[in-house]
Design a protein around this ligand. Structure first.
Ligand code: NAG
Ligand code: NAG
Ligand code: NAG
Ligand code: NAG
Ligand code: NAG
Ligand code: NAG
Ligand code: NAG
Ligand code: NAG
Ligand code: NAG
Ligand code: NAG
Ligand code: NAG
Ligand code: NAG
Length: 838
């Protein structure tokens, strides 16, 4: 062997292994038969079909199935490519080992292993216990494998992938079993030189994943091996390569980036009205009002409590929100109560429920309304039924987005109420997480249409429910969907968004939100955030201040709270929180076009937005671990250092080698090489943000007065130009109607690329119109009002557009080296070449 095995425990007592035969090398595929050798168990699958496909230049696909019979395979996630590419042209190469069977995938550009089934390491393919290890010849950090509350990267340990409706606890992989709402068998790895690769095991069964410094071991308890290896070589490349495979993130409505207010415990309509009244009174922007299960009668889906939420008054309330350009989003839980009303009766008539393994009829679980049953999303009639239910709800509650919860799916009984776990579950040869898989959910022997069992499809419940809900928006309302789901599976980002679920009002949990969001950026669900101020337990004013500072940098910015906890709206404590929350929200609103533009790009090419800083600086090893989650970047331009520790009013900020300017003042910072810098972080201030030299960021002038993001559309734009060492900077902006379907496909957007370049005593600012498919409405984004140059060594004397002088007010701060020019009549979307004279 060409390298030493670092882990003896991975080694196989080579009495049982597979050998490869009938190997056929084709230009675009390799196939072989794997035959079991040695001591077999009754559940051993003897003959396997290995197929390696050159599906794309940047990823290889390895499928290992039972040659003699069909096993469960996850449907609908991957669209098989219509044609394959040639191995000879791919960015990877493959080596097969025959006896024992093994397999290597190398990145061609530097001949580095990115996947390796070692012939000397256990490879097991039993009916309900599959073990596959990828052992590399160098150590690497691993990020991904959701969902859990964990460190970034993942510490060596065992991590469980199985959707379970439980908050936390913190998961260090010792022991496993701290898995949460989603199953995301996807990772990105990076080595000490900054080379990155990724892997995705397309398998919906419960599994444990063991991470060591050199290896990753998958142990799913069903399904097949269907593995995708991504070459990178940068982390951002891996994110794009993966998302292109499972589907690019859905284009979100513009308003979803605004501020959202929610809680469980808005007991009645007057509670809701008071909240909105307070936002108006304190002049805090509010885009979206939410209600949790409070609005329902006895927590029953698709009902409206006639007493606490009087239909007529509630309708007027929502109409008023709409006329103030605000939106409304209600919750909907996964289970349907057993109760004589249309949602139950209609589904029963159509036989849409998941069946019990114990008796004839539906499996009976228990959630908020009491005994309840679960929709079988694999029934082709479930979507139509669900749309009818959403139509009936929308007649009661004129919603703009849909919040789907408890879709892990959750069950307060273990398995089925009144029954012990089925024999099937007791007999499983291996239990990922070491805890009963029925815990907090429905029995894994529950039956679905077409002979499917919960065992195989459990992790797809959230995906399927989100898909059906999303189709209501795209197919019936014909508008962009906004679905906020608790549970997720790969590919879900192409139609839905997510929040991190029930967190705690604790500093640690605020900090954990950062790796949580990073992971979902990788998974392709970029519109994500954690509940600001925390959900469970009473919050405190200082925590809330810090969480507003951080949470208004999340793509999805929502304050949400549990029932029976003290209020945590912006005015809940007094002037400090009121001031801090307002300035934090307005700070996000000042960045709204920047946020939207870069979220829009994710829907065109994939990638990440709220990202680890090393995704932009992969070779800086201090960002891979020591400083991986203490800072983050939003888009390519902004580096953020949040204050995450109680009573500390400074942050120890690490900066990668580059030119950085304070976002608010333009002050250039001098970063000590390879050391941290102490930044002030007063509780009453704004979060520390620095803009990277070489970037232009659009700023919405109207953020100081806006009530909603709608007002920003009708406001001016400032271009903040952070000059790099060569006197250059670039940036861009997307403008569209923010709500329509097909915007990207039809080209219904305008994209402007801004380029700043110095040339002696002058500089040019070019506006290149890359796409002009959106004609703005009357008065929308009237002007580029201002140019702000950071790192400008001399004052601006004039700005010309052709022969016309377009500046009317100039300023220069020589201490900060910040020059400002106010401009006349410059449209952001016209092809100018402005000349700036110094
Ligand atoms: C497996 O390990 C044995 C013992 O260390 C070694 O002799 C053998 O060459 C290895 N096989 C392969 C294919 O690497
Ligand atoms: C082996 O699997 C591949 C793809 O998974 C399939 O196309 C092929 O037909 C299978 N071969 C046999 C002999 O079943
Ligand atoms: C599976 O199929 C192969 C080829 O058709 C055959 O040689 C083999 O005996 C079969 N194995 C089992 C366990 O049925
Ligand atoms: C992949 O290979 C192509 C040539 O086949 C090359 O142009 C491209 O840069 C490579 N990409 C990566 C990520 O290595
Ligand atoms: C794994 O890597 C970490 C960090 O480099 C190191 O501290 C640890 O000792 C390594 N563990 C083993 C078992 O090699
Ligand atoms: C609404 O509920 C709140 C408690 O959340 C209660 O104090 C108030 O009296 C209720 N208002 C009405 C009109 O019922
Ligand atoms: C779906 O509904 C149609 C029309 O009612 C019915 O004919 C069909 O049998 C249903 N399909 C299933 C799987 O129940
Ligand atoms: C929610 O809180 C109210 C009081 O604040 C309490 O009466 C009610 O029982 C709680 N609901 C649940 C489901 O815990
Ligand atoms: C930076 O600091 C780290 C940790 O102290 C050290 O391992 C590394 O070698 C340093 N890098 C350089 C370029 O000095
Ligand atoms: C924050 O508080 C400090 C002292 O407590 C005060 O000097 C400063 O002006 C305050 N800043 C803001 C933005 O209110
Ligand atoms: C989008 O573009 C298509 C094709 O250019 C055009 O027919 C359609 O009217 C546009 N839709 C909107 C909402 O602007
Ligand atoms: C918008 O910009 C124009 C031109 O620069 C300026 O005249 C106008 O006052 C600005 N509007 C606001 C509300 O600042």
């Amino acid at each position: 062997m060409w390298f030493l095995l670092p882990y003896i425990s991975l080694c196989l007592s080579l009495e049982t292994y597979y050998s490869a035969s009938n190997i056929i090398y084709s230009p675009s595929s390799i196939s072989a038969i794997l035959t079991f050798q040695g001591q077999s168990q009754p559940s051993t699958i003897h003959t396997l079909n290995l197929t390696i496909l050159a599906e794309s230049y940047t990823h290889a696909r390895v499928r290992i199935t039972d040659l003699n019979s069909t096993r469960w395979e996850v449907p609908d996630i991957i669209l098989n490519p219509s044609s394959l590419i040639l191995f000879s042209e791919a960015n990877y190469s493959i080596t097969l080992f025959e006896n024992p069977f093994g397999l290597s995938i190398f990145r061609k550009s530097n001949n580095q292993l990115i996947f390796h089934i070692d012939p000397n390491v256990t490879f097991q393919y039993q009916n309900q216990d599959l073990i596959m290890t990828s052992l590399l010849d160098y150590p690497f950090y691993v990020y991904g494998f959701g969902e859990r509350v964990s460190h970034f990267p993942l510490n060596p340990g065992i991590y469980t992938l199985f959707a379970r409706g439980q908050p936390g606890p913190y998961d260090n992989g010792k022991p496993p079993g701290k898995n949460m709402y989603s199953s995301q068998p996807v990772y990105i790895a990076i080595d000490s030189l900054g080379n990155s690769h990724g892997g995705f095991l397309l398998n919906s069964n419960a599994m444990d994943v063991t991470i060591h410094n050199y290896s990753i071991t998958y142990r799913p308890i069903g399904g097949i091996i269907d593995y995708f290896a991504f070459v990178g070589p940068k982390p951002e490349d891996v994110a794009k390569q993966y998302q292109k495979l499972v589907g690019l993130p859905v284009l979100i409505p513009y308003w979803t980036l605004g501020y959202h207010q929610s809680r469980w415990g808005y007991h009645n309509l007057s509670d809701l009205q008071n909240v909105v009244t307070n936002f108006n009174k304190y002049q805090i922007p509010l885009d979206v009002m939410w209600t949790d299960i409070d609005y329902m009668t006895n927590f029953e889906d698709f009902t409206l409590d006639p007493e606490r939420y009087n239909y007529k008054n509630f309708s007027i309330f929502i109409e008023n929100l709409h006329s103030a350009n605000r939106k409304f989003v209600p919750i909907c839980d996964a289970a349907i109560p057993i109760y004589d009303y249309p949602p139950y009766n209609l589904a029963l008539e159509q036989n849409l429920f998941i069946g019990s393994p114990h008796h004839y009829g539906a499996l009976i679980g228990k959630v908020w309304p009491g005994l309840a049953v679960f929709i079988d999303w694999f029934n082709p009639n479930a979507t139509g039924y669900w749309h009818n239910m959403m139509i009936s709800l929308r007649k009661l509650v004129d919603f703009d987005g849909f919040w789907i919860d408890m879709n892990d799916p959750s069950n307060f009984c273990e398995g089925e109420c009144g029954y012990p776990a089925s024999q099937f579950v007791k007999d499983l040869p291996y239990i990922p997480g070491y805890l009963s898989l029925n815990l907090l959910t429905i029995d894994l022997a529950a039956t679905h249409i077409g002979g499917l069992i919960e065992f195989d499809v459990h992790n797809l419940y959230g995906f399927k429910m989100a898909l059906a809900s999303s189709k209501y928006f795209t197919d019936i309302l014909k508008t962009r969907p906004f679905i906020l789901s608790r549970s997720s599976f790969p590919g879900q980002g192409r139609f839905a968004s997510k929040w991190l679920g029930d967190n705690f009002s604790l500093y640690d949990w605020m900090a954990y939100s950062i790796p949580g969001i990073f992971n979902f950026q990788i998974f392709g669900i970029p519109l994500i955030g954690a509940d600001i101020c925390g959900f469970s337990f009473d919050t405190t004013e200082d925590l809330c201040c810090r969480w507003y500072q951080l949470g208004t940098m999340y793509p999805f910015t929502r304050n949400h709270n549990s029932n029976n906890t003290i209020p945590q709206e912006p005015w809940a404590f007094g002037l400090l929180l009121l001031t801090v929350s307002n300035q934090a929200i307005r700070n996000k609103y000042s960045l709204m076009n920047y946020y939207y533009t870069h979220m829009f790009y994710l829907s065109i090419e994939g990638g990440t937005f709220f990202k680890p800083t090393f995704f932009e600086y992969p070779t800086d090893i201090r960002l891979q671990y020591d400083h991986a989650e203490k800072n983050f970047m939003v888009g390519p331009a902004l580096l953020v250092h949040p204050a995450l520790i109680r009573d500390l009013t400074v942050v120890e900020a690490y900066f990668p080698a580059d030119i950085w300017y304070n976002w608010y003042t333009g002050k250039r910072i001098t970063t000590p090489f390879n050391r941290t810098l102490t930044l002030d972080a007063p509780l009453n201030g704004t979060i520390n943000i620095h803009i990277r030299g070489g970037q232009i960021v659009t700023k919405n002038d109207a953020s100081t007065t806006a009530n909603t993001v709608y007002d920003l559309r009708y406001g001016n734009i400032t271009l903040v130009i952070a000059i790099d060492g060569e006197g250059l900077a670039k940036g861009s902006m997307i403008l569209d109607d923010g709500v329509s379907l097909g915007t990207i496909e039809n080209g219904n957007y305008t994209e402007i690329y801004y380029k700043y370049s110095e040339d002696g005593k002058v500089a040019y600012l070019d506006f290149f119109i890359k796409n002009s498919g959106y004609r703005k409405a009357q008065g929308e984004w009237p002007f580029v009002s201002t140019l702000v140059l950071y790192g400008c060594i001399s004052p601006i004397r004039s700005v010309f557009n052709n022969q016309n002088q377009v500046d009317y007010s100039l300023a220069y701060n020589s201490r900060l080296q910040v020059a400002t020019a106010k401009l006349l009549s410059i449209q952001p979307d016209s092809p100018y070449k402005l000349q700036i004279n110094f």
